[in-house]
Design a protein around this ligand. Structure first.
Ligand code: NG6
Ligand code: CA
Length: 504
C-alpha cells in the first residue's frame, strides 16, 4: 500500500513537473518547399537525411497547410492567426513596403513573450518594415519584428531577389558604412550600379525571359528593384544559409537556460538559388536541388546544436514551408532542365501561386523527442493559422476575444494526441477554396488556367470545381456537376466565412 502511494505520488509529481516545464519552440520555415521535395515525403532524386530524421523521430503531417500559396500572406497568417485575405495589402510585398503586422495587437511572438519566452526572428521577414514614412535604411529601421514581439531579430527585409540585399539586425542595417548610404527605389533606377537589363553580360546567373529580375545587379545577380549605396553591407548569396544558421545557433546557445522561441525563416529554397560552394552541383538537379541539400544541412546544424546542449528533449520543432514549389521563378538556374523526374509537388496538382493543393499543402513535421511519439504520421487537416491558438494553449494563456480570429487550438493534434483535425479550412491560391471534410470547392474565376511564366496550373476555371480529396488528392476529376447541391452549399459557406470577422 505504501509502495503504491509512493508510486502514485511520483507519477503525479512528474506529471506536474512536465506541465510546469515549458519546451523551447523552434519553427523552421522553409521558403517555396514543395510537398514532394523531401525524402520523408517520397522524394527519391534528392536526399534530405536530416529532415527525414526529424520526421522519423517525430510526427509527419500529410494534410498540413499554409493559408496561402505565396509568402507574405502565409507569414501574415502564421504571426497573426488571421486569414490574410481579410486585409488588403497582404500580397507579395516589395522590399520597401511598410509593415503589415499590427503593432497594437498580439502576435504569435508577443504570445510567446508573455508566456515567459525569449523570442527571436532569424531569416526572411517579408512583412514590411516602417510605418509609412519613408524607411530610413541608414538610421533606425522600425517598426519591424522587434515591435511585434521579437526580442531579437536578424533578417532580410523581403526576399533574396528583392532589394535592399542587406541584413537588418534589430533596427540597424548590418555593416553599413555611413558614408555610403542606401537608397531603395522600386519605380526607377537610382545610383550608377549596372542593371541586369543593361548589362546581362555581368550576370553570373541570368534572369529568365519575361520575369523581370533585371534591375540592380548585386553579387552578379539581377534583382527586383533598384538600390544604390550600402556596398559593404550587401550580402553574398552563397553565405546566406550559413549566416542565418550561425545566428540561429547563437540565439539558441545564449538562451539555452530559459525557454526560447525561435522563428527561423530560411531563405532556401527561394530564388535566386545560389547555394554555398559546399553544395553547388551536388544534387545533380541544379541549384534548386542544391538549395534543398543546403536547407537540410541547416536543419542538421540546429538539431545537432540542441543535442550538444542537451536540450533536444525539451525543444519542440516544427518544420514547414510557406507555400508550394516552383521550378523557374525568375532565374536560369537549371531547375527545369535538370529536373530529372523529381516531382516537387509530389502527387499534388499545381504549385506555388496555385489554388490546387500543390499551392498550400506543404511538408509539416513536428518533433519533440520523448513527448511527441516517434515515427508517427497524421492525416489531420491543420493550418499554420492555427499555431497562434495552439501555442497560446501550450504556454497556458487564454486568447482575448478579438485575438487571432481564425486560429483554432490544435495543440493535441500538433502533438499527436488527437487525430481529429479541422473539419474545414479556407485556402488562398489565386482564388479562395473551401475544404470541408473530404471535399474541396474552388471558387470560379476568370484568368488563365496555366500560369505560363512559371508553368504552373493556377486552378482558375470559370466553372465551379469540386474534388473529393479522399479519392482524388491530385484534383483530376471535377465532380461539381454531379453534386450541384453541395457546390451551392459550399459556395454559400465560403461566402459566410469571408464576411465573418472571426471564425474561431
Ligand atoms: C514574384 C516574383 C518571384 C518571387 C515571388 C515572391 C516576378 C515575375 N516573380 O512576383 O520571383 O519573388 O514574387 O515569392 O516578379 S514569395 O515566395 O516570397 O511569395
Ligand atoms: Ca515563399
Amino acid at each position: 500500500m505504501r509502495k503504491l502511494l509512493f508510486m502514485t505520488l511520483v507519477v503525479i509529481s512528474s506529471q506536474h513537473l512536465f506541465a510546469q516545464k515549458k519546451p523551447n519552440v523552434i519553427i523552421i520555415y522553409a521558403d517555396d518547399l514543395g510537398y514532394g521535395d523531401l525524402g520523408c515525403y517520397g522524394a527519391t532524386k534528392v536526399k534530405t537525411p536530416n529532415i527525414d530524421r526529424l520526421a522519423k523521430e517525430g510526427l509527419r503531417f500529410t494534410n498540413g497547410h499554409t493559408t496561402s500559396a505565396t509568402c507574405t500572406p502565409s507569414r501574415f497568417a502564421l504571426l497573426t492567426g488571421r486569414y490574410p485575405w481579410r486585409k488588403t495589402g497582404t500580397g507579395v510585398l516589395p522590399g520597401n513596403a511598410i509593415m503589415i503586422i499590427p503593432t497594437d495587437k498580439p502576435s504569435l511572438a508577443t504570445v510567446m513573450q508573455k508566456g515567459g519566452y525569449k523570442t527571436a526572428l532569424v531569416g526572411k521577414w517579408h512583412l514590411g518594415l516602417g510605418d509609412g514614412n519613408d524607411i530610413d535604411w541608414n538610421g533606425s529601421v522600425k517598426p519591424g519584428p522587434n515591435e511585434v514581439g521579437f526580442d531579437y531579430s536578424f533578417c532580410f527585409p523581403a526576399t533574396a531577389d528583392r532589394v535592399p540585399t542587406v541584413f537588418v539586425e534589430n533596427h540597424t542595417v548590418l555593416g553599413l558604412d555611413k558614408n555610403d548610404p542606401i537608397e531603395v527605389n522600386y519605380k526607377e533606377k537610382v545610383g550608377n550600379d549596372p542593371t541586369g537589363k543593361e548589362h546581362p553580360e555581368l550576370l553570373k546567373m541570368r534572369s529568365s525571359a519575361g520575369h523581370g529580375h533585371d534591375n540592380t545587379i548585386v553579387n552578379g545577380i539581377g534583382r527586383i528593384g533598384y538600390m544604390k549605396g550600402g556596398n559593404k553591407a550587401r550580402w553574398t548569396d552563397e553565405e546566406l544559409a550559413y549566416t542565418f544558421t550561425e545566428r540561429a545557433e547563437q540565439f539558441i546557445e545564449q538562451n539555452r537556460q530559459q525557454p526560447f522561441f525561435l522563428y527561423f525563416a530560411l531563405s532556401d529554397i527561394h530564388v535566386p538559388r545560389m547555394p554555398g560552394t559546399a553544395f553547388k552541383g551536388k544534387s545533380g538537379l541544379g541549384y534548386r536541388g542544391d538549395a534543398i541539400l543546403q536547407m537540410d544541412w541547416t536543419v542538421g546544424r540546429i538539431t545537432q546544436k540542441l543535442r550538444e546542449l542537451g536540450i533536444e528533449k525539451n525543444t519542440l520543432i516544427i518544420f514547414s514551408s510557406d507555400n508550394g514549389p516552383v521550378l523557374d521563378d525568375g532565374y536560369e538556374d537549371e531547375a527545369v532542365t535538370l529536373q530529372n523526374g523529381h516531382q516537387p509537388a509530389g502527387v499534388l496538382r499545381g504549385g506555388k501561386y496555385s489554388a490546387f493543393e500543390g499551392g498550400t499543402r506543404v511538408p509539416w513535421i513536428v518533433s519533440w523527442p520523448g513527448t511527441v511519439k516517434s515515427g508517427t504520421s497524421s492525416d489531420a487537416l491543420i493550418s499554420q493559422v492555427d499555431l497562434f491558438a495552439s501555442f497560446s494553449q501550450l504556454t497556458g494563456q487564454k486568447l482575448g476575444v478579438d485575438d487571432a480570429p481564425d486560429s483554432f487550438n490544435m495543440l493535441d493534434v500538433l502533438l499527436g494526441r488527437s487525430a481529429k483535425g479541422r473539419s474545414w479550412l479556407v485556402l488562398q491560391g489565386g482564388s479562395l477554396s473551401l475544404v470541408q471534410g473530404n471535399f474541396k470547392y474552388i471558387t470560379p474565376s476568370k484568368g488563365k488556367a496555366l500560369m505560363e511564366l512559371v508553368n504552373i496550373e493556377s486552378g482558375n476555371d470559370e466553372a465551379a470545381q469540386l474534388y473529393d480529396l479522399s479519392k482524388d488528392v491530385g484534383e483530376r476529376n471535377n465532380i461539381a456537376a454531379l453534386y450541384p447541391e453541395r457546390v451551392k452549399e459550399m459556395a454559400a459557406e465560403l461566402q459566410r466565412l469571408k464576411v465573418a470577422e472571426r471564425t474561431r
